[in-house]
Design a protein around this ligand. Structure first.
Ligand code: WQD
Length: 338
């Protein structure tokens, strides 16, 4: 059974391709290599022994998307990761984000609704909740006005899919709202490859640990939290990847109750920035140089998932601890800096 994975050479995409192949799916990857490396194809094959079909393509080219679906008319499902995802960059370049994240989504959906029965998994984000009023955050929590064009593309993306599913009952879709993905495959053959200075906490920590960065800046320790630093739900990328396979199988086996469903994907456990630093120090056996600086604009104080719906309805649960994920991130960092 063929599955299309857009953005399949990216961080979460590549880990999901591995899990799909492990489950016996034949995977076709579309990626424009704007934020990934062709080497990842080999990394995936070195883990599973199966080479995914790779099509280098930019989904902003509507005709190319059409031609692709004419050439591959036996695709059983699509998992759509391809998108720009740098929050700060999206503030500077909103049109690039709206075109890349929403234009491409529309072109994909236009092809899927032509196909008759189609299955679609959308990469969404807890960023849609902004600073939730209640914690842990359930899927019914109100979607707040987006703090960035990036966050808005996730909110609007979900609405586009929902509206399309309403008038196309043969299209079944699931939006997966990720909390904070971290870590790498246990083989250290694939992992996160941030371009330039990492925006996210864990790659900055491991690059500091390996000596690439002088020290970690802790963005504020005067928040109303136990230790004053922000709290997030850090989920191992392999747990996250496995959730995509479970969600896809839900649609393939027609177990979905509605033809558009939303699931939070987190561990349910909140960890502060200082606790993440302590996790690194435990697994790496060394201190991490860091200093507290001013708050980063746009940061929410706390975000961690209520995992009940994913556990009970999707039948999926994150299994790795923060230390497991941090250890895999550190092993990967050491591997790529050899
Ligand atoms: C986590 C915490 C920072 C870096 C973002 C996107 C979200 C999703 C995941 C795509 C915060 C603190 C960070 C640093 C720090 N991306 N921090 N020093 O902001 O929760 O989520 O990435 O879907 O959409 O918004 O993750 O890792 O950037 O920050 O103190 O050098 O670490 O202030 O409290 P975030 P993050």
């Amino acid at each position: 059974m063929k599955i299309l994975v857009t953005g399949g050479l990216g961080f979460i995409g590549s880990h999901t391709v591995v899990e799909l192949q492990n489950e016996g799916f034949e995977v076709i990857i579309i990626d424009n290599l704007s934020n990934s490396s062709i080497e990842v194809v080999k990394g995936i094959e070195s883990i599973t022994g199966k080479e995914p079909i790779f099509e280098q393509m930019d989904l902003r080219d509507k005709q190319k998307v059409r031609d692709f679906f004419s050439a591959y008319d036996d695709i059983a499902g699509v998992i759509h990761f391809a998108a720009s995802k740098a929050v700060g960059e999206s503030v500077e370049k909103p049109l690039l984000y709206y075109e890349n994240n929403l234009g491409t989504l529309i072109y994909l959906l236009q092809e899927l609704v032509k196909k008759g029965r189609a299955n679609f998994i959308f990469s969404s984000s807890c960023t849609v909740y902004g600073q939730a009023d209640e914690l842990p955050i359930t899927e019914d929590a109100p979607v707040k006005p987006a703090e960035s064009p990036y966050g808005n593309t996730k909110q609007v993306g979900e609405e586009i899919i929902s509206d399309t599913c309403k008038v196309n009952p043969q299209l079944a879709a699931i939006a997966l709202r990720y909390f904070n993905p971290i870590g790498a495959h246990s083989t250290a053959k694939i992992g996160e490859l941030p371009i330039g200075v990492p925006q996210n906490l864990v790659p900055f920590i491991t690059q500091t640990g390996i000596g690439l960065r002088e020290q970690l800046s802790v963005f504020g320790d005067d928040y109303p939290t136990p230790d004053g630093t922000c709290i997030r739900d850090y989920i191992h990328v392999v747990d996250l990847a496995k959730a995509h396979v479970v969600a896809l199988q839900r649609l393939l086996e027609e177990k979905h109750e509605e033809n558009f469903e939303v699931f939070n994907l987190g561990t349910g456990q909140g960890s502060s920035v200082l606790e993440v630093i302590q996790s690194f120090e435990r697994v790496a056996g060394k201190k991490l140089k860091n200093k507290v600086v001013a708050r980063r604009p746009g940061d929410v104080i706390q975000a961690y998932a209520d995992t009940k719906k994913a556990n009970e309805v999707l039948g999926w649960k994150a299994l790795s601890t923060l230390d497991d994920a941090m250890a895999s991130a550190w092993k990967w960092e050491q591997k790529i800096r050899k």
